[in-house]
Design a protein around this ligand. Structure first.
Ligand SMILES: [Zn+2]
Length: 148
């Protein structure tokens, strides 16, 4: 399955339909525990995934935390196993890319974007506010879906 398809199936099964999407609720629905981890700040990391557990850096902005948790959930969805941050091999980059695409598709659901655009909401700032993401993340997502 592509990241888009996998995220779609997660949304169908575990999303309550509310915006912004709360990836912590989705993780909890999958019996994955989500924790704040102060230690991530000192090693300059956003989050971490181990089977059954996601942790995130509580010092980051809530929108970044939303993306991080969704990203780590992507590692779970693709069965990547614990991520080795130091490893910059091709396969690692590929896994990171899969997790990022999954995260974008999960927190900016295609159907919700289509609905808002249909309602005439087209400004980056308003869309990014609805989805709880940065305007840049919103722009990349709209590009990928062919709206730009
Ligand atoms: Zn990752």
């Amino acid at each position: 399955m592509t990241p888009e398809e996998l995220a779609h199936s997660y949304l169908l099964s575990f999303w309550d339909g509310m915006l912004p999407v709360n990836p912590i609720r989705i993780a909890n629905a999958l019996s994955i525990q989500v924790f704040q981890d102060e230690n991530l700040q000192s090693c300059n990391r956003s989050g971490e995934y181990r089977p059954g557990v996601i942790s995130f850096n509580p010092h980051h902005h809530k929108n970044r935390i939303r993306f991080t948790v969704a990203h780590e959930l992507g590692h779970h969805a693709f069965n990547h196993g614990p991520a080795a941050r130091e490893d910059h091999s091709f396969s690692y980059s590929y896994k990171e890319q899969q997790a990022n695409e999954f995260a974008a598709a999960l927190i900016m659901p295609h159907e919700a974007i289509t609905r808002l655009l249909t309602e005439g909401i087209t400004s980056f700032s308003e869309l990014s506010e609805r989805f709880g993401v940065s305007p840049r993340a919103m722009e990349i997502r709209l590009e990928r879906l062919g709206y730009l």
